[in-house]
Ligand binder design. Structure first.
Ligand SMILES: Nc1nc2c(ncn2[C@@H]2O[C@H](COP(=O)(O)OP(=O)(O)O)[C@@H](O)[C@H]2O)c(=O)[nH]1
Ligand SMILES: [Mg+2]
Length: 259
């Protein structure tokens, strides 16, 4: 039999770090609030949000009253938010480690991406697992468009299913399309107004935490974001970036859209 070290003598395992990515407005902050509401009484939680120049998401989550305010930290990325979750993750790692130290031990830290891009994914060096969030209002065919997060995130959420009748989307078809794009990886149809779907999400997080603690969960890299051109990246330190409604402009360069 394998020997296992006693929990009382080994260092406390670090928290499960769970990323939440997806386009703006699909409900990432709301999903994090929902998870906190469902699990805060049984698990020790922390949250890190990523915004370009503001702490809007952190303030929303604090005002939701689901966690004590200091357990919710904002990273202001000040550049492409996808860079801060994928290529240059230092500020995020520091924020997570600060939380883990200040509230030791934590069970789960949720990290919300800045999310201006359909194809942004987290580095497996920052998160142990990631949820990618789409919503029915983004259109039933968005899941078919694929991309690394849609195809290979640990969980794909099709959010706001309560809105489906109003936007002419058939949830079962959208979920089936997503499952096809993911080659069978898990897809969850979610609405914060549907208690059963919220419980399924909470159970998924619990199950992941059990695997994380047992050492049986292996972080997967969904792969890099889709080709993404920045005119200034070659020379590029300190170039001005602005992000506005998915438009992306650089100092002296015309705005361009993310795919
Ligand atoms: N009808 C409905 N609206 C939702 C749901 N989840 C989030 N929203 C709304 O969608 C909008 C964007 O949500 P938010 O969490 O800020 O999205 P984020 O930009 O991805 O963080 C807000 O107006 C939310 O109230 C849901 O399950 N059903
Ligand atoms: Mg948000």
């Amino acid at each position: 039999m394998l020997e296992t070290s006693s929990p009382s003598t080994s260092a406390p395992a670090r928290s499960l770090r769970l990323g939440v990515a997806g386009p703006v407005g699909t409900g990432k902050s709301s999903l994090i609030a929902t998870v906190c509401r469902a699990l805060a009484s049984e698990l020790r939680l922390g949250v890190v949000t990523n915004d370009i120049y503001t702490d809007e998401d952190a303030r929303f989550l604090r005002s939701a009253g689901v966690l004590e305010p200091d357990r919710i930290r904002a990273v202001e990325t000040g550049a492409c938010p996808h860079t801060a979750i994928r290529d240059d993750i230092t500020v995020n790692l520091l924020a997570v480690e600060d939380l883990e130290r200040d509230f030791s031990p934590l069970d789960v830290v949720l990290i919300e991406s800045g999310g201006d891009n359909l194809t942004a994914t987290f580095s497996p060096a920052l998160v142990d697992a990631q949820i990618f969030v789409l919503d029915v209002a983004g259109g039933g065919d968005v899941a078919r468009k694929g991309g690394p997060g849609i195809a290979r995130a640990d969980l794909l959420v099709v959010n706001k299913t309560d809105l489906a009748p109003y936007v002419g989307v058939d949830v079962a078809t959208m979920v089936a399309d997503a499952e096809a794009a993911r080659e069978g990886r898990q897809v969850l149809a979610l609405s914060r107004a549907d208690a059963a779907s919220v419980e399924t999400l909470a159970a998924w997080v619990r199950g992941l935490l059990v695997e994380h603690r047992a050492g049986t969960h292996t972080p997967q890299d969904p792969g890099p974001m889709a080709p993404h051109f920045h005119a200034d990246e070659e020379g590029g330190v300190g170039t001005l970036h602005t992000h506005d409604d998915g438009q992306h402009s650089h100092d002296g360069q015309p705005a361009h859209s993310h795919p």
